[in-house]
Design a protein around this ligand. Sequence first.
Ligand SMILES: [Zn+2]
Length: 155
Amino acid sequence: MSSTEREYHFGIDPDRLGRAASHFARRVARDARTFAAHLEEHVGDFARDVWREGACAWRGEDRGHGEWRPPDVRRIFEDVRGVLTDVIDGIDELITSTFGTPSEEPWTRVVCNREASCGACGAALAAGGEAHVRRTARGTEFRCLACGAPPASAA
Ligand SMILES: [Zn+2]
């Protein structure tokens, strides 16, 4: 009775639980990306507002203080995007530590949302560049496009 042997943990099939957990992680990651895209719009609007307000103030009264320099609004975006990346990584760790990761996900070709390095040749992978990636119980593995994703049998 292999099906009952597998359902040893309160009747929960570990494979099904793993699939549900990775589905959940993917949905969280997708929402985080959507949020990041919206955030970029908001930061753009905010940067325009800051620029307009600052330019008005400069024209009005602060001419004596030299050229007005806007605050680095872009850095706010970079910081918040870093927080989102941490959230996504944190979700992965939470799922891994809570449920374990019974089956490793297949390799997928993605656009990196942060800098990484190829696990095979060690080449640096820039954020925004394409790479092969998979999540495992040990963390996220990367392969550069030159190395490519290893076959499913090679772990
Ligand atoms: Zn490589």
